[in-house]
Design a protein around this ligand. Structure first.
Ligand code: SF4
Ligand code: SF4
Length: 250
């Protein structure tokens, strides 16, 4: 969300819209269209795939993408380029931007100094990307080294079908007060409140929004998250998250 906002502000006349959920036909009339999305397990999130399959643009639209990732974009933008060309939407440019990882089951965002360095770097990169888009550039999409593309793409393919059910490892501790923020911020409508506690419905995207935005830090994933601090970008608020969920679901 932060990268998309920054880019829209650099491009000046750009309008932001969230990928609708559930996916439905989505016609876009703009001359330039960009897809800004997070990399999940070294590939496209299911939500992004579904959106692209339902997206329609005018012939000749300039298409760009930004893959926000935790330092290893692997072959995600190649995957996107192939998918978009199958949908007759040739991607002109695709950029990778590294940000702190929000996946705390694997260790999390790193020290504050590292996070701040990544934010500074991302601001610079967003400016450069905006310039490239304004000039209508066309070139190869960003990608990781070959070994990363092969190995991580394999892991992505092997895990893709499992992701929806990976929510089985979520649990809530005694701090949960039943506020339902986790259910409201979930981009996949994957949480239902049952007897005042969240229940996960097995159509998870593993974005970890529920865990990161729980005001009580009551959501845990497996055994490790209990010892890690929660993370979200300092310029994104819970109201932003609630607003995007409202926009998406109508
Ligand atoms: S956001 Fe946290 S405190 Fe609120 S219902 Fe969900 S788990 Fe409980
Ligand atoms: S918010 Fe939680 S339940 Fe919803 S998709 Fe993300 S990780 Fe899964």
């Amino acid at each position: 969300m932060w990268v998309a906002r920054q880019l829209a502000s650099e491009l000046k006349e750009a309008a932001l819209t969230f990928m609708p959920y559930p996916a439905k036909d989505f016609k876009i009339q703009a001359d330039r269209v960009g897809i800004i999305f997070p990399v999940h397990i070294w590939g496209l999130p299911r939500r992004a795939i579904q959106f692209i399959n339902h997206m329609k643009v005018k012939p000749g639209t300039y298409l760009f993408a930004v893959a926000v990732n935790a330092g290893q974009p692997a072959a995600t933008l190649l995957q996107l380029k192939i998918l978009m060309s199958k949908c007759a939407m040739p991607l002109s440019v695709g950029y990778s931007i590294a940000m702190p990882s929000n996946y705390i089951p694997w260790g999390g965002p790193g020290p504050i100094k590292v996070q701040q360095r990544l934010y500074r770097q991302a601001r610079k990169e967003v400016k450069a990307i905006a310039g490239s888009i304004q000039r209508g550039e066309q070139h190869k999409v960003d990608r990781g080294p070959l070994w990363q593309n092969i190995l991580f793409s394999l892991i992505y393919k092997m895990t893709f079908r499992q992701v929806r059910k990976m929510d089985r490892k979520f649990w809530v501790d005694e701090k949960c007060d039943g506020c339902a923020i986790c259910a409201h911020v979930c981009p996949a409508a994957n949480i239902r409140m049952v007897d005042g506690k969240p229940a996960w419905l097995h159509r998870c995207e593993q974005c970890l929004a529920c865990l990161q935005w729980c005001p009580q830090e009551a959501i845990q994933y497996g055994k490790n998250t209990i010892k890690y601090q929660r993370y979200h970008h300092p310029e994104v608020t819970v109201d932003d998250m609630l607003e995007q969920a409202k926009v998406k679901r109508g």
